[in-house]
Design a protein around this ligand. Structure first.
Ligand code: ZN
Length: 368
């Protein structure tokens, strides 16, 4: 261990609180942080200490706020969203505990601070509650497009959710009604009301692809063909944007995190902000599945807390959210990206953001 002081700096230094610094740094002595602050201030306090450039960012451990660990064996796919859904269904056999174990190993190797995972199998939920040493939220995914079956689906799930809640440790239990087009309106309401009552956090995929907007607005496009192929009912469309549809159902509130929310206009972002929802963006997945670009400036303007996620290995080459931020480096304000990769994620998952202060161990500092 090096005992001589060094000054670490990066393009952006974020301590987990306050504003990320563009000319900031950390004085490091003996494996610990001895001082934080502006670069000049640190050089004044530690004259002669070498300044070490650590890259793009120095931050607390990052958070992957949205992934699907049980899809970690899904071959990587690029192409239109509807084709991706077919790809997921076609490769369903590789889904399960082994894939989730592989995904959790990857997150551990990346030293993430926490994770938000969408869980499609009960066995995976059981396994994560038992075995994950990383903190996070495992959101059990619910799919149920037939409104006539909403009560039965919910009645079967309710005791299961309550039983899992009793087993919470490092991993908390959440609920993920999958998306606008795969969950009926009555089932959405039952799930979100139950979640609010019992304190389950919620994640919903919404406004991901242009095709979803076409389906919700006019029941047109690739989703119609897909629903017919799957022998699922094509609905009478609500005729509004996907975000407005969820708002009209009374689903939006501070306990609900919206995933993707790419296909939005300013009215949608205002609705999200007023409801107090947070948002998780998965930029590389959105690019690969031809879903569009996340409007960072609009969300910033309306003060919405944004986190970063990778989505599954099926649409992301790895589970490292730092690569999501680096993918956008130079296109969006890097201070916003750094905050989203850390604080945004902890906020989504209901956790405190770790702070880098005098005395922090270097294991609590990530360089990108
Ligand atoms: Zn997802």
């Amino acid at each position: 261990m090096r005992l001589e002081p060094e000054i670490w700096t990066a393009e952006v230094v974020y301590l987990g609180f306050g504003t990320p610094m563009l000319r900031g740094g950390l004085a490091v002595v003996g494996g610990h942080v001895a001082m934080t602050g502006g670069l000049e201030e640190l050089q004044h306090a530690y004259p002669g200490a070498p300044v070490v450039h650590k890259g793009r960012a120095l931050t607390p451990p990052v958070v992957n706020a949205h992934t699907h660990l049980d899809l970690s064996r899904l071959p990587y796919f690029e192409g239109p969203y509807v084709e991706f859904i077919r790809h997921v269904i076609a490769n369903g056999a590789g889904r399960g505990v082994e894939a989730a174990r592989q995904g959790l190993e990857e997150l551990r190797a990346l030293a993430v601070g926490a994770f938000g995972d969408i869980v499609a199998r009960d066995a995976v939920m059981d396994w994560l509650l038992e075995h994950s040493d990383l903190p996070g939220v495992a959101y059990r995914e619910v799919i149920g497009p037939d409104p006539g079956k909403a009560q039965d689906v919910f009645a079967a799930l309710k005791p299961q959710f309550l039983a899992w809640k009793k087993r919470e440790g490092r991993v908390k239990v959440g609920i993920s009604p999958h998306a606008t087009h795969t969950v009926s309106a009555p089932l959405f309401k039952l799930l979100v009301e139950f979640a609010a009552l019992e304190g389950f956090p919620v994640q919903i995929h919404v406004a991901e692809s242009p095709e979803e907007s076409r389906y919700v607005r006019r029941a047109e496009g690739g989703f119609v063909e897909f629903m017919r192929q799957m022998k699922l009912p094509v609905w009478n469309p609500p005729g509004v944007s996907p975000v407005q549809y969820l708002a009209d159902l009374g689903l939006l509130g501070p306990g609900v995190t919206l995933v993707h929310a790419v296909q939005v206009d300013e009215a949608d972002v205002r609705v999200i902000a007023q409801a107090g929802c947070r948002v998780v963006s998965c930029p590389r997945s959105n690019r690969g599945l031809e879903c569009g670009e996340f409007p960072w400036a609009l969300y910033l303007k309306h003060g919405v807390e944004v986190a970063l996620g990778t989505d599954s290995r099926g649409s992301s080459p790895d589970l490292d959210v730092r690569n999501e931020a680096l993918h956008l480096w130079g296109k969006a304000d890097p201070r916003v990206l750094v905050r989203s990769a850390t604080r945004g994620g902890y906020r989504v998952l209901g956790l405190q953001t770790p702070r880098i202060t005098r005395g922090s161990a270097l294991s609590q500092v990530q360089s990108w």
